[in-house]
Design a protein around this ligand. Structure first.
Ligand SMILES: Cc1cc2nc3c(=O)[nH]c(=O)nc-3n(C[C@H](O)[C@H](O)[C@H](O)COP(=O)(O)O)c2cc1C
Length: 330
């Protein structure tokens, strides 16, 4: 059974996402060049931008910004925002609407201290009153598909009641779907995502729930069908960076023929089309830190990339490794 048949489609307030397979927003990774690469392989229903800050978004030309630039081939694109409530929501959503987003997603899960210091991400999820004001403010200016992405909360012993209160708030503000990454805010990406909580969460809301966290293969869905069946869709993050073609497997499409060196070259080319070399450098290294997991001696690929001072150096040393017919990891 493929994820495509388990989650054939999801209606996000009028936007059809089929299959209901989403690319997770990942800062430093899901820029326009990376999304273009994922689009080449297909199999997903919607892609997501990196988390966008309102001031930067309002300053940028969306047709040229490596965060917002959207190519026809991408299909559905969800724009993720981090908000605190201090932003000019009228200007922000006015500009966003001109991009015809598949949905706008509100980041309520990011636990990074620098984001929480800006009263965004997990800090906004925690502050119930402010969260309500932000959602109401969004709805004053924007009637389109709105999704939210959150974790379970802060306290492993007493998270259920506050979580359900927030689900009510999402329902009251006509949120189209809730993506849940079932970890607590103090956990970063440690421990395992608590898939076993998905059925309970889905039973507490009439909103579609999209599950995220540590899903690596269609087998995960089959072997833990009792956890995934109540969901409306799933979202994949790091495994897509490691294997940009993986959505095809989840969607039940014929497998892509993968040439690891060619995929790397293509990503470098796409990234440099949209980003100047000095900004592309960090993003390529970040990609390599996941891509290297495909290889038995992947740490060697990562070490070479990490040491590169320029895009040319990183590109050349990665290519040398990838063209040496490296042994794949199991
Ligand atoms: C490098 C990196 C950047 C991330 N940036 C964001 C972000 O901007 N917004 C967000 O909601 N989550 C972000 N996340 C969390 C992912 O969206 C996702 O919830 C998490 O990686 C768990 O899913 P996975 O196990 O499929 O990777 C990020 C994760 C990683 C690894």
């Amino acid at each position: 059974m493929s994820a495509g048949s388990l989650f054939p489609s999801l209606d996000l307030s009028g936007t059809a996402v089929a299959p209901a397979l989403f690319l997770a927003p990942m800062a430093g990774i899901t820029h326009s060049g990376f999304r273009r690469l994922i689009a080449d392989f297909g199999g997903y229903g919607a892609l997501t931008t990196e988390m966008l800050s309102a001031p930067a978004f309002l300053r940028e030309d969306p047709a040229r910004s490596p965060f917002c630039r959207r190519r026809e081939c991408e299909g559905n694109l969800v724009y993720q925002l981090r908000l605190s409530g201090e932003e000019d929501l009228g200007a922000l959503f006015g500009k966003l609407e001109t991009l015809s987003p598949a949905a706008v997603d509100l980041n309520l899960g990011c636990p990074a201290p620098e984001i929480q210091r800006l009263a965004s991400g997990a800090a906004l999820f925690r502050d119930f009153a402010r969260l309500g004001r932000v959602l109401a403010g969004i709805r004053t200016h924007y009637g389109g598909p709105l999704t939210v992405k959150c974790r379970l909360g802060d306290d492993p012993d007493r998270w259920r009641e506050p979580f359900v209160e927030r689900l009510r708030l999402f329902e009251d503000h006509a949120v189209a779907a809730v993506t849940v990454h079932p970890r607590f805010s103090g956990e970063k990406l440690k421990r395992r995502a608590r898939w076993r909580e998905f059925p309970w969460i889905a039973s507490r809301t009439r909103l579609p729930v999209i599950g995220n966290g540590d899903i690596r293969s269609p087998r995960d869905l089959e072997e833990h069908a009792e956890f995934f069946r109540p969901l409306a869709g799933i979202m994949l993050g790091r495994v897509v960076v490691e294997k940009p073609w993986i959505f095809r497997e989840f969607a039940g499409l014929p497998p892509a023929r993968v040439d690891y060196a060619e995929v790397w070259e293509r990503l470098v080319r796409y990234t440099l089309e949209d980003l100047p070399p000095e900004r592309a450098l960090g993003r390529l290294k970040e990609f390599a830190s996941y891509y290297c997991h495909n290889f038995f001696f992947g740490h060697e690929l990562y070490r070479r990339c990490l040491g590169g001072r320029t895009v040319e150096q990183v590109h050349a040393s990665a290519l040398e490794f990838l063209r040496s017919d490296p042994q794949l990891s199991a």
